[in-house]
Design a protein around this ligand. Structure first.
Ligand code: C2E
Ligand code: MG
Ligand code: MG
Length: 310
């Protein structure tokens, strides 16, 4: 039996592959068609395996949250952490978020993964607050995916985690992307306002890469803008390399928001950002994301230094 470019001696395989091609066509939009290619089958198998592994990972709590320090650019003092998830796969080892978060988002598994991340990050912060290692304005930033933001019980979930762990609500800062906010405005507006009423802070992540309108930004109850890494990494000694960064810093300050520059890797980038009055940043120049045990040590060292200088 020959169908398209393939040979088949089994009708079941023919139907399976036709199905795979149909899903691929559907994923490309309406009124599309796709010829089946063997690579599609391999991809389908890979995704099937990934989904089954991710489901097990959720049950077995295989996610570990790493913490990247956010520093004040002037004193290089740590003022907060960003919680960044990693997956410890039993056979494949350490897996970075870009290799599973988009798929988790697609399958809805992000809801459970995101909840585990929130618990871990808030539990660690509670320990550090109780140990007196961080001040009351120290923040823990947690990324919230579009799907998490749209789940009906998100407010209760976050509220319960804050209450149970006993952290100060103002020390939790949720990071949202522009597209997550804009895609479902009326619902999201209410949710964001309720977060703010409970004292929780909000940050707009990867700012400048989405399609926010200035008029909308104006009414958003966010406290903080994060300048996307792509803008920071093109900064060098020239004035032109600053691109739209001065504009973003000005917009944030005009709206009484903090600005955090992401992905600072060189002293020159740091110097340029300071000259633009950008107050905060994170990047490999200061710290990589680190495990909770290492984050604790970093905080202890900082506490000793502060005590000595005071
Ligand atoms: P993001 O929220 O914009 O996080 C910043 C990313 O930039 C992190 O990558 C961090 O390791 C990386 N980074 C920080 N400084 C530097 C630097 O100086 N140079 C370079 N090259 N990279 C730097 P990571 O941890 O791989 O996370 C990637 C993205 O995955 C995050 O981008 C976020 O969108 C997503 N993500 C991570 N954890 C979570 C999570 O718990 N939930 C959700 N929904 N998304 C997450
Ligand atoms: Mg982020
Ligand atoms: Mg970002």
């Amino acid at each position: 039996m020959v169908w398209g470019h393939q040979d088949y001696d089994n009708a079941e395989y023919l139907l399976r592959d036709a199905d795979t091609a149909m899903y691929r066509a559907k994923a490309s939009g309406k009124a599309q068609y796709r010829w089946f290619e063997p690579a599609m089958h391999n991809r389908a198998l890979h995704l099937f395996q990934l989904e089954s592994d991710l489901r097990k990972a959720v049950k077995r709590h295989e996610f570990k949250v790493y913490y990247q320090p956010i520093v004040s650019l002037r004193h290089r003092q740590i003022v907060g952490f960003e919680a960044l998830v990693r997956w410890w796969h039993p056979s494949r080892g350490f897996i970075t978020p870009e290799n599973f978060i988009p798929f988790a988002e697609e399958t809805g598994l992000i809801l459970e993964i995101g909840e585990q991340v929130l618990w871990q990050a808030c539990e660690h912060l509670a320990q550090w607050q109780q140990a007196g290692l961080v001040s009351t304005d120290f923040t823990m930033s947690v990324n919230l995916s579009p799907r998490q933001l749209l789940q009906p019980n998100i407010l209760n979930q976050v509220h319960q985690i804050v209450e149970t762990t006993g952290i100060l609500p103002q020390s939790l800062r949720l990071e949202l992307t522009e597209s997550a906010i804009i895609e479902n405005r009326t619902f999201v507006d209410d949710v964001l306002r309720s977060f703010r009423q409970r004292g929780i802070q909000l940050s707009i992540d990867d700012f400048g890469t989405g399609y926010s309108s200035l008029s909308y930004l104006h009414i958003l109850p966010a406290n903080c803008l994060k300048v996307d890494r792509s803008f920071v990494q093109s900064i060098n000694a020239s004035e032109e390399s600053l691109g739209i960064v001065p504009l973003i810093v000005n917009i944030a300050h005009t709206m009484n928001m903090q600005v955090i520059a992401e992905g600072i890797e060189t002293e020159l980038q740091l110097k340029q950002l300071k000259s633009l009055n950008c107050e905060y940043g994170q990047g490999f120049l200061f710290y990589q994301p680190i495990a909770a045990e290492d984050a604790l040590q970093v905080l202890q060292r900082q506490a000793v230094m502060v005590a000595q200088s005071g």
